[in-house]
Ligand binder design. Sequence first.
Ligand SMILES: Cc1ncc(COP(=O)(O)O)c(C=O)c1O
Length: 403
Amino acid sequence: MPSLPARSYEEYETIFAEVEAPFAFVDLDAMTANAGEMLTRVGAKPIRVASKSLRCRGLLERILHSDPGFEGLMTFTLPETLWLAEHGFENLLLAYPTADANALSELALRSVANPEGAPIVMVDCVDHLDAIESVLGAGAAPVRVCIDLDASWWALGGRVKLGPKRSPVHTVEQAVQLAREIERRPQLTPAALMAYEGQIAGVGDRPPGQRLRGGAIRFMQRRSAAELAERRAAVVAAIREIAALPIVNGGGTGSLELTAAEECVTEVTAGSGFYAPALFDHYSRFALTPAAGFALPIVRKPTANVATALGGGYLASGGGDSARLPVPWLPRGLRLDPEEGAGEVQTPLLGAAAAQLSIGDRVYLRHAKAGELCERFDVLHLVEGGAVVDAVPTYRGEGKTFL
Ligand SMILES: Cc1ncc(COP(=O)(O)O)c(C=O)c1O
């Protein structure tokens, strides 16, 4: 059960009486409950907040100030990272490699000004190291880098590889080789190791209506977690023979308690769990409260039993299956039309509740993923204690569409 019951349609309708749809919102009471739930799952280890899953500076600030258990940000592009640094955010770890020479030059300047506090950038091969070094002048301070360790699970003797296809660094030997290469270069410092187990953290183990698949996912996740725990510990121990490696990052919303339990892990990452988008409804190990949504106006009634909303085609990135579609949320009893899904300009809604809806009414939907909602709206209306308490710009609302 989620730690806080979600609000009803009638409650949100009262709360948003003065707001014109379409609009997006975050329910701070639900978000706070989710934050507390995640802190409980990780115990004493700090949570680094994944900016890609929030994409709203105001909310990132709120979360970081809300509890000392939230420490630093995991960012997603170097221009974004530098922009956040300019706005005073500290302890930034860029989780994806960059080939942006201009931004790297700016990072080099920042590293001179504050070598210990400048953002850490991700590397997984010698080309990444060369790209960073190529922008550093002779007098530049060392740039701190993070080694990205592949966390995928190799089954059947390596013939099946399950997990995100990211870093080529998989074995202890490969990780040590890259760490040595970093150590050899005086202008680079190996400051961190990250291994993101997307096949555990980002895959719900209780897919609705698919019991067999759920069983297979749980089996895969158990085996993968055991394999990774051993390998991650061995990699960290081997690199620490060469360098201090103060940060060992792993995990995501879906794996917090598993990743945090590994002794070698110094911090875990979470982002999606604050908003609790629809894809995070299907995990057996935790229950979150839906905290982010968007409202659309009903503008048509093609038949008495169908209510058509304006817009709504906000699809999530990923595998391209129906789980990437937004999910009708409130009033309860609505579903998408399998023929039309969620459309660029309009979304027909079916189900028992559709017959009760008239032109001018509103419906509430949830995005399948977290941060992508903010690429559709300039502003998030913030709800607390049953009222709209603020409206904060999203990244897009600040004119920033990093990805
Ligand atoms: C490197 C990395 N760490 C952690 C996460 C977990 O983020 P979230 O908690 O939003 O699922 C992700 C998500 O893709 C990621 O790419």
